[in-house]
Design a protein around this ligand. Structure first.
Ligand code: F6P
Length: 358
């Protein structure tokens, strides 16, 4: 008999349900007796011992379902040692829930912050297996996270739609893409949809370089320009500021996000008509794409295998086209960002895409 706790933490994304289903299907298929404790709203459920017992039926029909059947929330790692709203020690509460329920392990699905807490629980002696979710694809130790491909599809669709309007009206269009501090989503959606300029956090931009790229297109007879701009894109000047200084500057910014700053600067310097589209949380929503369904199921199956073998302390990831296990202590606290020297960046530049840097 295995007693397994499961939770989904942080921003939701597509294929969370597919991944949990994968774990549970693997366990049931093996013939092992299992009891599954589904903690509600991420770590909050574990802290407050708020859970529901789940059976195979709960995982039936959820392969294609977006969101998470367990609900999610953010419990920032930096506050993990601060008492919760009732004055309780969060880490001690989580340990207490785990031991009280006599769990064999926790299966935790999440991104960067989630992995820091998962690793903390591991160091506190709990058995933990994690699965890498996030549309940002910025988790260290895995080439891919589930949710990413689905989000690429959505952001690509948005830019595709904008293309026709940009063409009809001869305007400059900016589509702001999610991704937090990483440019993976913008880079991939931008390339997939034929964006002319791609701005990502890892390659600081200059407005003058962006305008030169627009002018080059005009000279070639193009009536419109499309920019895919990562929500975390940063100018060369701002990249020189300290974290603290930049945070202060953002707080004082008159616009809700960097895309509007870029739009204003382009309009001011060129007199061109510029429009901004922000698909926002749409990018995390809806049914997972086929790739993510398969990928998340494979990760789930491997997690199931580790549980059956009693091997804990790993994130199940993906490296060089293989499903792999990566020690949690190696993953926690590290970001996987786009390297400005990556081959894909060079190839994009060879295709004439500007990153606003030269
Ligand atoms: O990490 C996923 C993500 O969607 C990021 O791309 C984005 O910066 C952030 O979450 C948005 O967070 P929230 O859902 O809390 O607004």
């Amino acid at each position: 008999m295995k007693r397994i706790g499961m939770l989904t933490s942080g921003g939701d994304c597509q294929a969370l349900n597919a991944a949990m289903r994968g774990v549970v299907k693997c366990l049931y298929t093996s013939g092992e007796q299992v009891e599954i404790f589904g903690f509600l709203s991420g770590y909050k459920g574990l802290i407050k011992s708020d859970f529901k017992m789940l059976t195979g039926d709960d995982f039936s029909g959820i392969l294609t379902k977006g969101g998470t059947i367990l609900g999610s929330s953010r419990v920032p790692f930096k506050t993990i040692d601060e008492p919760d709203e009732e004055g309780n020690n969060k880490v001690e509460c989580m340990k207490h829930t785990y031991h009280k329920l006599n769990l064999d392990c926790l299966v935790i699905l999440g991104g960067n912050g989630t992995h820091k807490t998962a690793n903390r629980l591991r160091t506190e002696g709990l058995n933990v297996i994690t699965l890498p979710k996030t549309i940002d694809n910025d988790l260290w130790g895995t080439d891919m996270t589930f949710g990413f491909q689905s989000a690429v599809d959505i952001a690509t669709d948005v830019i595709d739609c904008i293309h026709t309007t940009a063409d009809s009206h001869g305007r400059v269009f900016i589509v702001e893409v999610m991704g937090h501090k990483a440019g993976w989503l913008t880079l991939n959606a931008g390339m997939a949809s034929g964006a002319d300029i791609i701005l990502i956090p890892e390659i600081p931009y200059s407005i003058d370089c962006i305008i030169e790229a627009i002018r080059r297109r005009e000279k070639r007879g193009s009536k419109f320009t499309i920019l895919a701009v990562a929500e975390g894109a940063i100018s060369k000047e701002d990249a020189k500021l300290s974290k603290k200084e930049y945070k202060k500057k953002l707080e004082k910014m008159k616009h809700p996000s960097v895309s509007y700053e870029v739009a204003d600067a382009i309009a001011e310097k060129t007199g061109l008509e510029v429009r901004v589209t922000v698909p926002g949380h749409m990018q995390r929503g809806g049914s997972p794409c086929p790739y993510d369904r398969v990928f998340a199921s494979r990760l789930g199956a491997e997690a199931g295998k580790l549980i059956l073998k009693g091997e804990y302390g790993f994130m199940v990831g993906y490296k060089d086209r293989e499903i792999v296990r990566v020690p949690l202590e190696d993953v926690a606290g590290k970001l996987k960002l786009v390297s400005p020297d990556a081959t894909i960046i060079k190839e994009a530049k060879m295709l004439g895409i500007s990153f606003g840097d030269e």
